[in-house]
Design a protein. Structure first.
Length: 348
């Protein structure tokens, strides 16, 4: 990394950010120059949206391209120029993503020989997604579906539900998100198992679980679980990982929860398993095609919860993300190793 002792570092922010957080970035170091104009980054569709549509006039586009040409650091990918970003921003040396699962996007849009460091937002969504998972499991054991039907029908009928305590949850991918799911589940008295890319030398207690499985033993883990949580990164290796054979290996009546990426699960086989009754239900924050098409059968299945890829969205997200970026900016300016550097061999 070059000597930054006396040089100005220009940061371009590509999504809407509260002015107090922009000022926080300005305050990291006197060498930092921040380029930011909310009128140029697209109107957010919801709070903390990092991918709102961008509609530039010719004058605005010229100004944005001039900023790209000056930028050394991008806070968020410029989604308005996915394929020619590095041509327009030849001086960019580091991009801080606002998402954790960016491997496939980078593989598609950033040449492998590009001299650009890419860091992810790994870890900042762990609590929110663990809470989404916990909510989903509770909705199934407490039979929210029955409650919803009875409310619509104005019917008061007592019934017997279940409890999470004593149930088993199998977590496919014990990264930052999976580990937080494990912690939350154990607080509810659940037995927790999980997979790691490599299990050599790992002890379950160190990871906060009751059992660790290598991915090659995934069917064995799935067969003993009441809930299966998919939280692994989306890579070429994990695409279609939860296929028909894996779904068939799951315990009859169990529930699949996907908080990773839609393409990790064979959606057609999932629909079949839900329709046949082999699976008791599914909670899907993500799907292969987003937005989910209006005619997709998942909309019509009564035992499916759909999260519209919003499980990680919380009001405090931008503040936490800016805190991570500022820490990495300090590291960048001092020539130290950045946090969450994307591993281009594993794509996460």
């Amino acid at each position: 990394m070059r000597d930054l002792a006396l040089e100005r570092v220009t940061v371009l922010i590509s999504f809407e950010l509260d002015r107090s957080l922009v000022n926080r970035i300005w305050g990291v170091d006197p060498r930092v120059e921040v380029l930011y104009d909310p009128s140029l980054v697209g109107e957010p569709r919801f709070p903390c949206d990092h991918g709102g549509p961008v509609r530039h006039s010719s004058k605005e586009e010229a100004r944005w391209r001039a900023w790209l040409a000056r930028a050394e650091v991008l806070f968020g990918f410029d989604r308005s120029h996915p394929d020619d970003l590095l041509d327009l921003a030849p001086g960019v040396r580091w991009i801080q993503s606002t998402s954790a699962g960016i491997g496939q996007y980078v593989q598609a849009h950033v040449p492998s020989d590009a001299d650009v460091l890419i860091t992810t937002a790994s870890g900042i969504h762990a609590t929110a997604l663990a809470e989404f998972t916990l909510m989903s499991m509770l909705m199934f054991v407490k039979d929210w579906f029955r409650m919803s039907r009875q409310k619509r029908a104005r019917t008061w009928e007592r019934y017997t539900g279940d409890t999470l305590a004593g149930k088993t949850v199998a977590i496919v991918g014990l990264g930052s998100i999976g580990s937080e799911v494990a912690r939350s589940a154990r607080c509810c008295g659940m037995r927790v198992s999980g997979t790691k890319h490599s299990t050599e030398g790992l002890e379950p207690d160190v990871l906060g679980v009751d059992a660790i499985y290598h991915r090659k033993n995934l069917p064995t883990m799935l067969s003993a679980a009441d809930f299966v949580v998919v939280s692994c990164p989306y890579t070429p290796e994990t695409e279609g990982l939860i296929d028909r054979s894996m779904l068939e290996a799951m315990e009859p009546g169990s529930v699949l929860i996907n908080i990773g990426r839609g393409a990790i699960v064979d959606e057609a086989s999932l629909v079949d398993a839900l329709r046949s009754g082999h699976l008791g239900g599914a909670a899907l924050d993500v799907t292969i095609e987003e937005p989910l098409p209006a005619d997709h059968p998942l909309w019509r299945l009564p035992n499916v919860l759909l999260g519209s890829h919003s499980g990680s969205n919380v009001d405090s997200e931008n503040a936490v993300l800016t805190e991570l970026f500022c820490e990495n900016l300090h590291r960048y300016l001092s020539g130290h190793q950045l946090k969450n550097v994307l591993d281009r061999a594993r794509w996460y």
